[in-house]
Design a protein around this ligand. Structure first.
Ligand code: ZN
Length: 165
């Protein structure tokens, strides 16, 4: 079984889709262009709210676009972007994948978290420490002083700053 998509939103028969209203929020362009969602954007993504009375159901716009075009409910799968443009709702740019594929896709496109994407897990520096090192370095602290303060080697701090661990 594929892993459940983290951006899973239900689309089902109860979701009333006002097609005209939905399409009015998409900047439809040529068949190969990106069609960007111009409507309301949830902090976690690009959202569209159904107007089913008594129900506030959110769906991600690109998932809904996929559903409306292909007549396939993505269910627990992720709807991914070939174009790497999250607001894009052009069905030609959308494809289905599970969460694993989603993560690989993000990593391949360089949007993964570089602290989690480290090639060599380093026992000395975990995510929290790595973030602290980076924050302090961004604030202008010398790598040598950060290393002293955190009792780490300079090379460890340097690698953390460069995002290679
Ligand atoms: Zn696109």
């Amino acid at each position: 079984m594929p892993e459940k998509c983290s951006r899973y939103t239900r689309i089902d028969g109860e979701t009333r889709i006002d097609l005209d209203r939905f399409l009015s929020h998409i900047a439809i362009a040529g068949p190969d262009d990106c069609w960007e969602w111009t409507g309301y954007r949830k902090p976690s993504g690009y959202g569209w709210r159904s107007n089913t009375p008594g129900k506030a159901r959110w769906a991600f716009a690109h998932r809904l676009a996929y559903f409306l075009h292909f007549k396939v409910d993505p269910g627990e799968l992720c709807v991914l972007h070939k174009c790497d443009n999250p607001p894009c709702c052009n069905p030609n740019h959308l494809f289905l994948g599970d969460r694993d594929a989603n993560n690989k896709d993000r990593m391949r496109k360089g949007r993964g978290n570089r602290w989690l994407n480290r090639r060599h897990p380093n026992k000395k520096v975990d995510l929290v420490v790595g973030n602290e090192i980076r924050k302090r370095w961004d604030n202008g602290e010398k790598q040598r002083l950060i290393a002293l303060d955190l009792n780490l080697s300079i090379s460890t701090v340097n690698r953390a700053v460069r995002g290679v661990i």
